[in-house]
Design a protein around this ligand. Sequence first.
Ligand code: AMP
Ligand code: MG
Length: 410
Amino acid sequence: MLTVEEALAEVIKEARPLPPAERSLLDSRGCLLAENVAADADQPPFDKSLVDGYAVRISDLTSANRRLKIGETILAGQTPTRRLGPYEAAVIMTGAPLPPEADAVVMHEHTRFVHEDVVVDAPEVRAGQNILRRGRICRQGELLLQSGNRLSPTSLGLLASVGRTRVRVIPRPTLAILPTGDELVEPAQVPGPGQIRNSNAVMLEALAVDHIAFSRVFPIAPDEPGELHRIVQECLVFDVLLVTGGVSAGQRDLVPAALERSGVRQVFHKVRMKPGKPLWFGIGPQRGEQPGTLVFGLPGNPASTLVGFLVFVAPALQVLAGRSGPVPAELSARLDFEFLHRGDRATYRPARWVEPPSGTGTSGPGVIEILDWAGSADLVGMARADGFVILGAGDRVFQAGEIVRFLPLR
Ligand code: AMP
Ligand code: MG
């Protein structure tokens, strides 16, 4: 049986960054850019006013004269029809283009009306005041975003501002979520005798959102070989398939056989970990130009599914999305109390911060409490957790204050 590290190395070995493709801006959120993007025009494209007020020529404003005639009104979206006349001010709105000859804008609040004229009260009017000059933000052709940049909401706004509605990126991976098990009913239903609700699907769906994958949840598949085989084949067009349940050693654990019948090559089955030992991993058939689907058979217990996702699926999604970084994203933490651990497998136990790593004034790792829980079906215990403490294989006492590995949930 592989250790977690060995199994993860197998997963990483099989995962490849997805080929670049063109996507809409919103679909590119969080993705790596796969092209350089330059400005299509000067920004701003004209000298513009930063405030509502009066466009003036400062040479008209002397200590002797603060009074100007009011000329045309320039609204945002309009263009001036003429240059400023002598001792004339144009009424101008925020974002509107400056008329020729104007070299400053006086804020409305610093002026007052006298008969038909405007009087400038501002003691000092400097050249360029309240004006954003053409090209001040960027010049036409200037490189704005480089290939490899990760697209934040701000970068998407920038792309829109230079006229892009689609962009080349390493696309978001697509993820199929297939819950299996005759005992499952959907969350809205009241379970009958022997039944339980399907809680894994929505949990995985939410995790997929966090990891910028597009997911589709399939209806619950029964523990029936023919049906499983049929549905699995439908799922093999996705980049990643997460099957939950049916990978243990029970009589109705039919998932590995259904996967292999669908041409999914097993890479490993079972990992030396707790929970999640029966985890199954394989590669689907090549999809045209695309590599085969990465298929994870996650044991059905909620903790097994969750830990399996965090430890194996999340790093795989990261590789598919072209991103590097620590995989999985572990932290160090200090134990609040002594803890006796028994077990021959790496063990993941829900834990929560009693003192988070930052914001407390003390630098260094935070302090965690290992939570009491009823085992891998216990979502109540898990929902209180901030993550999982990782206790290595072998019986031993972890001391209070000892530094341990911690896999955060977020
Ligand atoms: P299995 O991996 O099929 O042996 O299932 C292990 C345990 O997880 C069983 O108690 C199942 O009822 C439970 N389980 C399986 N699938 C789900 C699911 N989608 N949501 C919640 N519990 C599940
Ligand atoms: Mg089952």
